[in-house]
Design a protein around this ligand. Structure first.
Ligand code: IPE
Ligand code: IPE
Ligand code: MG
Length: 257
């Protein structure tokens, strides 16, 4: 990374206070833990793979709806590093589904100005998936409407550790470390501070997702299982985000005088 590049520090702002991107007009970064596929399927008497297939359809609908909600960056948690611990058949099915999703979505992404990037490790996914990742990223690299980041074989702790190893002895600022963290994930875009983190499926935990980037994210937990999550639900989550006051360690605006 270019350590000589000055850290971005808006005039008159407290150092390190992340900016609420919606106010600067640059659009929100929304991250989603797409949970509940298995329970959705089982509650219908189907097997878990049926839930994952329906979950992929939901992902497509949410990606389409995101720009109208003011979302500029959308990060979707598709497969965690710990998900390798699932039964081998489910893992193999998820990898096949992921490859199919990439192959089938490229044209739609290009048409809609979506730039697709995969974050997470790439050395453990099957070669066919890796190829699909690389060609989808290359084909969509000109997209400017939405940055769609899909987390596969992703672990925030691993990612922080890899960046920390590279950063050792460089005395980096937080901003520089954030950029480095993006780079270890092959992401050279702007700061990836999360504005709003949504988790569907009723659990209220982060499951090793974007631990650094969510430092000041607004958290939104929904009981809706991911396959049932709709564009309307996304709008509702974003509306709630706008109704909240982000303080970044300061005092409420009304008390600031
Ligand atoms: C999320 O749904 C998808 C992945 C983790 C791949 P789950 O498969 O975790 O669904 P539940 O939580 O078991 O219902
Ligand atoms: C988190 O869901 C990972 C994804 C949604 C891809 P999990 O279902 O794996 O998380 P835990 O096990 O409930 O924490
Ligand atoms: Mg789950």
């Amino acid at each position: 990374m270019d350590l000589a590049r000055p850290a971005h520090r808006p005039k008159g702002k407290v150092p390190h206070a992340p900016e609420a991107r919606d106010e600067s007009g640059a659009g929100l970064h929304v991250a989603i833990i797409m949970d509940g596929n298995g329970r959705w399927a089982v509650s219908r008497g189907s097997s878990r793979p049926a839930g994952h297939i329906e979950g992929a359809r939901t992902a497509r609908r949410i990606v389409e709806a995101a720009p109208q909600c003011g979302i500029r960056v959308l990060t979707l948690y598709a497969f965690s590093a710990d998900n390798w611990n699932r039964p081998q058949r489910e893992v193999a099915m998820l990898m096949r589904l992921f490859r199919r999703y990439l192959l089938s979505e490229v044209d739609r992404c290009i048409a809609n100005g979506v730039r697709l990037t995969i974050i997470g490790r790439r050395d453990r996914v099957p070669g066919e998936v890796r190829k699909a990742i690389e060609s989808a990223e290359a084909a969509t690299s000109e997209g400017r409407t939405l940055d769609l980041r899909i987390a596969v074989d992703y672990s925030a702790r691993d990612s922080i550790l890899r960046a920390a190893r590279r950063a050792a002895d460089h005395h980096l600022s937080r901003e520089q470390f954030s950029r480095l963290l993006g780079e270890v994930e092959h992401d050279r875009g702007p700061s990836r501070e999360v504005d709003l983190l949504i988790r569907t499926g009723g659990e209220q935990r982060l499951s090793d997702f974007l631990l650094w980037e969510c430092a000041y994210a607004e958290l939104y937990f929904s009981d809706i299982l991911w396959p049932d999550f709709s564009a309307k639900d996304l709008h509702a989550a974003v509306a709630e985000f706008h109704a909240r006051e982000r303080r970044f360690g300061g005092v409420p605006a009304a008390a600031a005088g």
